[in-house]
Design a protein around this ligand. Structure first.
Ligand code: TYD
Length: 198
């Protein structure tokens, strides 16, 4: 099974991906915890090009190609081999991030995103959990974390608001696969909601 965690910057999905992997391991499952952009050596190299530097460093089209290249490598080298071996894969972001960040938030590129996905990726997670939080809270958390990986946070609050709207729309578009999870409260509260939904 392939499970993805999604949401805006600072929503807590990395913590939730870890807690979900821990909970599944405690049930005796063999779990691979991975992330995007990245998750394989080649894709981690592409990650640096994407998350560091100026907000407008890439055109939306180029950015989309780089995310898709990273995802293809992640799929070939990490996700598919793990699924073939019968393992459960929990990934911190997958194709829905491209749909929302590149497809909805940065110009009307959704059609291009969908065509590239069909051509180069062609798989969806079995289940996707979107951690839904207030964009101002998420941005404050993301900025508090500091570090060099702030390219998307640097695009500001109105960008985060468009993203939050985009993720909510995705839950409506894929009701069988995508669940919105209330991201308020403690990490353990949110984790319990995800496990109950799963
Ligand atoms: P991530 O490491 O998940 O950052 P965070 O832990 O702050 O949420 O992702 C890095 C950034 O890349 C994040 O701002 C979202 C963005 N992103 C896209 O724009 N498109 C994509 O397809 C993916 C996977 C990530």
């Amino acid at each position: 099974m392939l499970i993805s965690l999604e949401g805006i910057d600072g929503c807590g999905k990395s913590t939730q991906a870890r807690l979900l992997a821990d909970a599944l391991r405690a049930q005796g499952r063999d779990v691979v915890l991975t992330r995007e952009p990245g998750g394989s050596p080649g894709a981690e190299e592409i990650r640096r090009l994407l998350v560091e530097g100026a907000g407008e460093r890439w055109s939306p089209e180029t950015e989309c190609l780089l995310f898709t290249a990273a995802r293809r490598d992640h799929l070939e080298r990490t996700i598919r081999p793990a699924l073939m071996a019968g393992r459960v894969v929990v990934t911190d972001r997958f194709a829905d991030s491209t749909r929302v960040y590149q497809g909805a938030a940065r110009g009307d590129l959704r059609d291009m995103v969908d065509r590239l996905h069909a051509l180069m990726i062609g798989v969806e997670p079995d289940r996707t959990f979107v951690i839904d939080i207030d964009p101002a809270t998420g941005l404050a958390r993301g900025n508090a974390r500091g570090g060099a990986e702030d390219r998307f946070e640097s695009l500001g609050l109105s960008f985060q608001q468009r993203l939050a709207t985009g993720f909510r729309a995705l839950a409506a578009e894929y009701p069988d696969r995508v669940r919105l999870i209330d991201g308020s409260g403690s990490a353990d509260d949110v984790s319990a909601r995800i496990l109950a939904a799963l």
